[in-house]
Design a protein around this ligand. Structure first.
Ligand code: NAD
Length: 324
């Protein structure tokens, strides 16, 4: 008989009352942004994730030009689970065609997303990559439009996402408390870049839930390596490549180490990792389960990897329009 897996830890998401699994399912790979993914594999990955206790799924109309939302919708439906048992976030304002944070576009956007996701509501609707828009428009037009959608029951909570960390303070300092429920930061809480750490006390003081995405730095910390569009500098790519090679030569898993590193901070409610196969789901959940066991993180390998990444530590890349 198979040994039952311990369920993943659930953590409160700010003041939302939602309890999210410490590992969340990033669905951008379902939009084939990291390479081809067969629909059956995607559906099986979502099912396995849910079986192993992952209750949080994140997507966007931008990922694969709406493909990710469609495939995730299909996969969630196939679960046959009560709607209250899974938490779904999608986004608005960023599309294959470009950015549009106007009230009119984001209001239409959620209707389109709900059709693709085959849902009546989402749990979180994020403004996607706000550094590409006017932050003042986000404050004065986009977020008020999302509040209306919240009142209408199309979304339960409102979030903002993006790469530069100061966009979060800019917006959160200009909206009434409780208006923005969560933030989603990416590529800032991993072995090569942990700058989100410094912002956590501020975010906590604002009562917002913190979602940290891309623990594998969008593929930099994987054996497969980053996709062709990855915006990191050649120097950062090459240092990460050296770290991956080091782990491989020792018979260690870089993804396991990276997942465990990103999950170590309890002020982060959930770590969103992009997955597209049952194997990846099982590996990533296993990495977390091991953290809770006596073995914990492999400190020796972590120190070696940190030394390799030292010259590029906290190096990031430009994102957004110049005034932001
Ligand atoms: P990631 O760091 O999670 O890396 C994903 C890549 O790693 C994919 O190629 C995936 O197939 C691979 N991978 C995952 N587990 C693996 C394993 N065990 N072994 C080998 N390879 C493995 O990057 P991401 O997918 O960009 O980020 C996670 C999620 O966070 C996204 O899917 C998305 O939902 C969200 N996100 C949001 C924003 C935003 O709002 N601006 C930005 C980035 C990410």
């Amino acid at each position: 008989m198979a040994v039952p897996q311990p369920k993943l830890e659930l953590r409160p998401l700010g003041n939302t009352g939602l309890n999210v699994s410490s590992v969340g399912f990033g669905a951008s790979p379902l939009g084939r942004v990291f390479g081809p993914v067969a629909e059956d594999d995607a559906v099986a990955a979502v099912r396995r994730a849910f079986q192993l206790g992952i209750n949080f799924f994140d997507t966007s109309p931008y990922y694969g030009g709406t493909l990710s939302e469609k495939v995730l919708g299909k996969a969630l439906k196939a679960l046959g689970a009560p709607r209250s048992e899974f938490i779904v976030s999608t986004k608005c304002g960023r599309y294959k065609e470009g950015f549009d944070f106007s009230a009119e576009r984001v209001t239409r956007s959620i209707e389109e997303s709900l059709v693709r996701l085959q849902l009546d509501y989402v749990d979180i609707l994020h403004c996607h990559d706000i550094e590409f828009g006017s932050l003042d428009q986000i404050v004065s037009e986009t977020i008020p439009a999302l509040q209306k959608l919240k009142q209408e029951g199309k979304t339960r909570f409102i979030g903002i996402t993006g790469l530069p960390l100061d966009i979060f303070t800019y917006v959160l300092d200009r909206v009434p408390p409780g208006t923005v429920d969560v933030i989603l930061s990416y590529c800032h809480y991993g072995i090569n870049d942990s700058t989100l750490k410094d912002l956590l006390p501020y975010l906590k003081s604002k009562g917002v839930g913190v979602i940290s995405a891309s623990p594998l730095s969008m593929g930099l910390l994987t054996e497969q390596g980053p996709p062709e569009w990855h915006p990191a500098s050649p120097e950062l790519k090459s240092a990460c490549n050296a770290a991956v090679a080091h782990c491989k030569s020792k018979g260690k898993s870089i993804t396991k180490l990276a997942m465990q590193y990103s999950l170590s901070d309890k002020d982060i409610s959930t770590v969103l990792v992009g997955m597209s196969s049952v194997e990846q789901v099982e590996e990533n959940v296993d990495a977390v389960s091991e953290l809770g066991s006596s073995s914990g993180i492999d400190q020796e390998t972590l120190s070696q990897v940190e030394a390799i990444l030292e010259p590029v530590k906290n190096q990031t890349w430009p994102s957004g329009i110049p005034q932001n």
